[in-house]
Design a protein around this ligand. Structure first.
Ligand SMILES: O=C(CO)COP(=O)(O)O
Length: 157
């Protein structure tokens, strides 16, 4: 693939935020969601299955849940990134415990990088992102044209 075709992605003021935490980090993400409730309530939230349910139960924030991480939830969120439907990812991953679905976790991190999606792996990084003035603004950035291949393939069918 030639990486010379870019498009401008426009992130609206209301961002699509994916929230994910490994089991040992879930309490930390719950506290973080409570701390930033006032900001998070103005955005559209989704997450892997267990994380999404826990956030809704503990904070009242509506969070659309995908599958649990080990059952493909990271892959579903990765696919949403590919479709341009997720603007940023808060993923409190556990650096001290082996995960059975480590390939899926790596794939999510990689695809977020491909599409220049801000991704926070720690509380401090998440604090910096969520308090950024850009959260309340329209933000434009250039990313690899993810539609081009689809269009080209459709024409060749
Ligand atoms: O494993 C996860 C992310 O890799 C998180 O999945 P759950 O939110 O379903 O626990």
């Amino acid at each position: 693939m030639l990486q010379d075709d870019f498009i401008t992605l426009t992130l609206e003021k209301t961002k699509n935020i994916a929230l994910i935490a490994h089991d040992n980090k879930k309490h930390e993400l719950m506290d973080w969601c409570k701390e930033h409730y006032e900001t998070l309530k103005d955005h559209k939230l989704c997450g892997t299955g267990t994380t999404a349910r826990m956030i809704t139960d503990q904070t009242g924030l509506p969070v659309k849940g995908y599958n649990s991480g080990p059952l493909g939830g990271d892959q579903q969120i990765g696919a949403k990134i590919v479709e341009g439907r997720i603007d940023l990812v808060i993923f409190f991953s556990d650096p001290l415990t082996a995960q059975p679905h480590d390939p899926d976790v790596k794939a999510l991190l990689r695809i977020a990088q491909v599409y220049d999606i801000p991704i926070a792996n720690t509380k401090a990084t998440a604090d910096f992102i969520i308090t950024s003035p850009l959260m309340g603004q329209v933000y434009e950035h250039e990313v690899i044209n993810f539609n081009k291949n689809i269009q080209e393939r459709a024409q060749s069918l």
